[in-house]
Write a protein that binds this ligand. Structure first.
Ligand code: 5AD
Ligand code: SF4
Length: 454
């Protein structure tokens, strides 16, 4: 047999095109990257234009009703493409796929395959089945380790996600994650460190450790001792080339002393923390099954800030949770004032089928809208103050990609703020010292104040 005959089809056949649209959280953004890598091995090249795609994947989010409904509107918009290109295959992936499974095929006849958030490593075989006319649905939580089945990581960018933990056992009364992403699972230390090393070898400077409940991560170190996330961060920090470490998303009840210590002792751990509290009212926190009070959350923040005073706090809030009174909502505003956020996300409560809170009588939607408006105004005020306070400060920026203007580059401050700077010698992966010159609502402008290493 000659080499040519042994070569896989994909080396000679023109690349097929894959278009992925991602909804929702960073876990999904990461999953989309891994899906692209999996399908690249099958000869699919990514395209930004759905009209030229042979395969379209919608990587969906089920967290709120609006997020789930967006998928069906998008499917409606894809109908003409499918009519124009009968060979086109359309797949629904992610959390809507996980939650609704075969129902999607009924509701949207143009969908060819459904793949849940735990099974996308099986995409190649599902796509092949779809090409042969089947409409496969894969939403089991398979026992096999999807991470082991996935191909190696592609390089090229200075920042990367690294999944360390998946799933959630907290069962907050409003949340679908424990149902769509399944039980809590920590990846083993050795796998995580191998992947971090491989990322560093490809030039990655910053890793974002990902998990639905990332600070619940636990594992066993090489010496047989129990590790928490703080210890894992120390080990990742020991990898040469990795200059910055972040993690998201955390739950207050899993915040251990070793993680607080890492914020004090580990300079590579960036001073940014996404720690949602959801409400400031103890009555509502109880109804949400959050299992902590507002005072406990604030006391935890005090301990974290004692370890790392400049930490920028981010959070999530839900307004209009069933039973929320004006007094409960005022307590949420008070929480925002007391906790001092540099960034925060707020959502109107959306009942999710199958969750305990979905049974309870809703708050008047007009009242919930008005509360959301007031909360967002307060959060925006705090966010703008945090941005404005940056002007005149010096910090390091990891530059990632070219900006809009010629010669301009965009990167991130230690506090995850977007920073623009101009410099003829700037390039991706450089960590440079800057002085912030201007604060815009969603980004900062800076001037370089160092000379790059030769
Ligand atoms: N309704 C509104 N917001 C929700 N979130 C999760 N579930 C719901 C829901 N049913 C919000 C929470 C969570 C964020 C990712 O989404 O604030 O932290
Ligand atoms: Fe959902 Fe987060 Fe609560 Fe888990 S901890 S149930 S992911 S809101």
């Amino acid at each position: 047999m000659t080499d040519a005959a042994a070569a896989p089809d994909t080396e000679t056949a023109p690349a097929r095109k894959l278009f992925i649209k991602t909804y929702g959280c960073q876990m999904n953004a990461h999953d989309s990257e891994r899906m692209a890598e999996t399908m690249a091995q099958e000869g699919y090249a990514l395209t930004a234009d759905p009209a030229e795609a042979d395969l379209i994947l919608l990587n969906t989010c089920h967290i709120r009703e609006k997020a789930a409904e967006k998928v069906y509107s998008e499917l409606g918009r894809l109908r003409p493409l499918k009519q124009a290109r009968p060979g086109l295959r359309i797949g629904v992936a992610g959390c809507v796929a996980q939650a609704e499974g075969a129902e999607i095929l009924e509701r949207a006849p143009l969908v060819d395959l459904v793949v849940g958030s735990q099974a996308f490593h099986r995409l190649p075989e599902l796509v092949r089945a779809a090409q042969e006319g089947a409409r496969p649905v894969e939403t089991d939580f398979p026992a096999e380790d999807k991470f082991a089945a996935l191909p190696g990581r592609a390089g090229g960018r200075p920042t990367a996600f690294l999944t360390v933990q998946e799933g959630c056992d907290k069962f907050c009364a409003f949340c679908v994650v424990p149902y769509t992403r399944g039980a809590e699972m920590s990846r083993p230390v050795a796998r995580i460190l191998e992947e971090a090393q491989a990322l560093a070898d490809r030039g990655v400077r910053e890793v974002m450790l990902l998990g639905q409940n990332v600070n619940a991560w636990h594992g066993v170190g090489p010496a047989g001792d129990e590790w928490g996330l703080g210890r894992l961060i120390e080990a990742v920090a020991g990898i040469e080339g990795i200059a910055r470490i972040r993690y998201t998303t955390s739950h207050p009840n899993d915040f251990t002393d070793d993680l607080i210590a890492a914020h004090r002792d580990q300079p590579k751990l960036m001073p940014y923390l996404h720690l949602p509290v959801q409400s400031g009212s103890d009555r509502i926190l109880k109804a949400m099954n959050r299992r902590h009070t507002g005072a406990e959350y604030l006391a935890l923040l005090d301990r974290i800030r004692a370890a790392r005073p400049d930490i920028l706090l981010s959070g999530d809030f839900i307004v209009g949770f069933p039973g929320e009174t004006e007094a409960d909502f005022e307590a949420t505003l008070e929480m925002v004032r007391a906790a001092r956020y540099g960034a925060a996300y707020s959502f109107k409560y959306s009942p999710r089928p199958g969750t305990p809170a979905a049974e309870a009588p809703p708050v008047d939607p007009a009242v919930a809208d008005e509360r959301l408006y007031r909360l967002q105004a307060l959060i925006t005020e705090q966010q703008q103050a945090a941005q404005a306070a940056m002007v005149g400060r010096e910090c390091e920026v990891l530059f990632e990609k070219p900006g809009r203007e010629p010669g301009q580059w965009t990167g991130k401050s230690p506090w995850l703020q977007a920073v623009h700077a101009t410099g003829a010698d700037l390039g991706p992966g450089q960590i440079r010292r800057v002085r912030i010159t201007q604060a815009l609502p969603n980004s900062l402008t800076a001037e370089l104040i160092d000379t790059p290493a030769a």
